[in-house]
Design a protein around this ligand. Structure first.
Ligand code: THU
Length: 139
C-alpha cells in the first residue's frame, strides 16, 4: 500500500481516531506538545502510541516510535499505514529518527498527519525519507 487512496476511508478514519486518542495520553510536561501516532499492521491491527517525555530530556521517546515498538510486541512484521495526530493548527510529520524507525517496517506507505483544525496532510514514507537505507541495504 503505497498511496493513501489505497486505504479505505473508514479504515483511515479509524487510524486517525486511534492516533487522536493516543495523543490524549501523552506524557509531555516539559514541551506540552501532545503527539499521538497509530500504525496499521500487516495483520490488520491498529496499534497506537504517544510521546513520553522524561525529566532527563534526551530520554524522551516520540509517539511514532512508541507505536511501532508496541506493534512489534504484538507481532507486527511490516506496517501498511501510519497516522499522526497533534492538537495543533498545522499537521506535523514524523521527526527524522522516527522516519528511519518506520522505514525498518515499510518502504513506501501512506503517512497521514491530522491536526486539531482538521487539516490532513497526505505523504508517503518514500516522500519523507527518499533514497533511504533499510533492511534490504544490508543484503
Ligand atoms: N515528538 C513526537 O512525538 N513525534 C515527532 O515526530 C516529533 C516530536 C514529541 C517529542 C517531544 O515529546 C515533543 O514532541 C516535542 O518535541
Amino acid at each position: 500500500m503505497s498511496s493513501v487512496s489505497d486505504l479505505p476511508e473508514a479504515l483511515l478514519g479509524e487510524l486517525i481516531a486511534a492516533a487522536r486518542k493516543a495523543s490524549e495520553r501523552a506524557h509531555c510536561p516539559y514541551s506540552r506538545f501532545r503527539v499521538g501516532a497509530a500504525v496499521l499492521t500487516n495483520d490488520g491491527r491498529i496499534v497506537a502510541g504517544c510521546n513520553v517525555e522524561n525529566a532527563s530530556y534526551g530520554l524522551t521517546i516520540c509517539a511514532e516510535r512508541n507505536a511501532v515498538f508496541a506493534a512489534v510486541h504484538q507481532g507486527m512484521t511490516s506496517l501498511h499505514a501510519v497516522a499522526i495526530f497533534t492538537p495543533t493548527g498545522e499537521p506535523v510529520t514524523p521527526c527524522g529518527a522516527c522516519r528511519q524507525v518506520l522505514r525498518e517496517f515499510a518502504r513506501d506507505v501512506p503517512v497521514v498527519s491530522e491536526c486539531a483544525s482538521g487539516v490532513r496532510l497526505h505523504r508517503t514514507l518514500g516522500m519523507l525519507l527518499p533514497d533511504s537505507f533499510g533492511p534490504e541495504s544490508l543484503a
